[in-house]
Ligand binder design. Structure first.
Ligand code: NDP
Length: 334
């Protein structure tokens, strides 16, 4: 049974007299740090000396090194990129964390794949907003909150979930909904979404672009039709707001018929189901985590090749022309 927590299930006084160290002041660090401070929680920022540290200072936070900040805190929120967490943990946190501390992750990857193994006497929890940091902040300021997952990996104090829920309330998530997920569930689902859903969407849009341009349509118009007009983004927004199938009524009957009638022949269900099973199996067995660790050790060679090829795709030039065209049109309007 899915457990869902709201404001009344979380108690900010759990964090009274406690200091929260936000490690990393980027997408999530800034949003969560500001929201927690506005919820009257004592927040300090730990960062390397970089632009993020300057931004945190400009926002009025006390900023110190990662190890120093963590040493003076009760709750340590690791809000740096997943790829660097293990190194930073080994260097700055492994000797610093004390029994009774709480270590908080915003994504379960490093714990799920045992790349970080915190000491047994430290509570380990997850608070993972399902939203980019900027919107976590904007929603909070507007009086609402981003949906988030919470989970407990280890709970020597017996208080881990109460702490996680208090933090969730502090960032505004319980104003919306906080859903309990294990580190494994959150990580596996996130990876399968990236590898079997985002990848499929990517493939569909790029291949459709190539095929339609080859058939003689103007590249700018194809890009516009596929995603650049934002109609697709608006449709997805409507899916979330009124319902996946209900939003179809916003489109013509011809459009509804076309998408329902040809889905199966364009992407056969059984074939796609099989792809999802395969990606899930590679994620669950740790095969993908090994592949990614290998990439990291090799200096991200394949990743860089893939990214370079994507950034050299003719679609990028089409977009530049499209942007110039749209800007000109706007200029002409004013
Ligand atoms: P960012 O890429 O925004 O980076 C966060 C901070 O880490 C920045 O201040 C960055 O500094 C700093 N940093 C980068 N490299 C290092 C390093 N080697 N040592 C110390 N600090 C470093 O991260 P996110 O906020 O996107 O991600 C943080 C966590 O939140 C991750 O676990 C991620 O999975 C999770 N998450 C992210 C979401 C998102 O919206 N992006 C959504 C939900 C969860 P600098 O300015 O120098 O780069």
């Amino acid at each position: 049974m899915l457990r869902v927590y709201r404001d009344e299930d979380a108690d900010l006084t759990t964090l009274e007299g406690k200091r929260v160290a936000v490690i990393g002041y980027g997408n999530q660090g800034r949003a969560q740090g500001l929201n927690l401070r506005d919820s009257a929680i004592d927040v300090v920022v730990g960062s390397i000396r970089d632009a993020s540290a300057e931004r945190a200072r400009a926002d009025g936070f006390a900023v110190a090194s990662i190890a120093e900040t963590a040493a003076g805190a009760d709750v340590v929120m690791l809000l740096i990129p997943d790829e660097v967490q293990r190194d930073v943990y080994d260097r700055e946190l492994s000797q610093t964390l004390q029994g009774g501390n709480t270590l908080v992750f915003a994504h379960g990857y490093n714990v799920r794949f045992r790349l970080i193994k915190p000491p047994d006497d430290v509570d380990v929890v997850m608070l993972a907003p399902r939203m980019i940091g900027k919107v976590v902040r904007d929603l909070f300021v507007s009086g609402s909150g981003a949906v988030a997952y919470v989970g407990v990996h280890q709970d020597p104090s017996g208080n881990a979930m109460a702490t996680a829920l208090a933090l969730a309330k502090g960032i505004g998530a319980t104003r919306s909904a906080v859903i309990e997920q294990s580190f494994a569930e959150e990580t596996e689902l996130d990876l399968v979404m990236e590898q079997a859903v985002d990848s499929a969407l990517h493939q569909v849009l790029v291949t459709a672009y190539e095929g339609l341009v080859e058939a003689g349509f103007a590249p700018e118009v194809v890009a516009m039709e596929l995603y650049a007009s934002r109609e697709l983004a608006e449709t997805m927004k409507e899916m979330a707001e009124v319902g996946f199938f209900e939003q179809m009524r916003l489109h013509s009957q011809t459009s509804q018929y076309g998408s329902l009638a040809y889905a199966e022949s364009v992407l056969p269900t059984e074939h796609y189901r099989q792809q999802i099973r395969q990606r899930l199996s590679a994620v669950r067995s740790g095969e993908f985590a090994r592949e990614w660790a290998e990439e990291e050790r090799g200096g991200y060679k394949r990743f860089n090749q893939l990214r370079d090829a994507a950034l050299a795709h003719p679609l990028n030039d089409t977009e530049r022309r499209l942007r110039a065209m749209t800007a000109d049109e706007n200029a002409a309007d004013t």
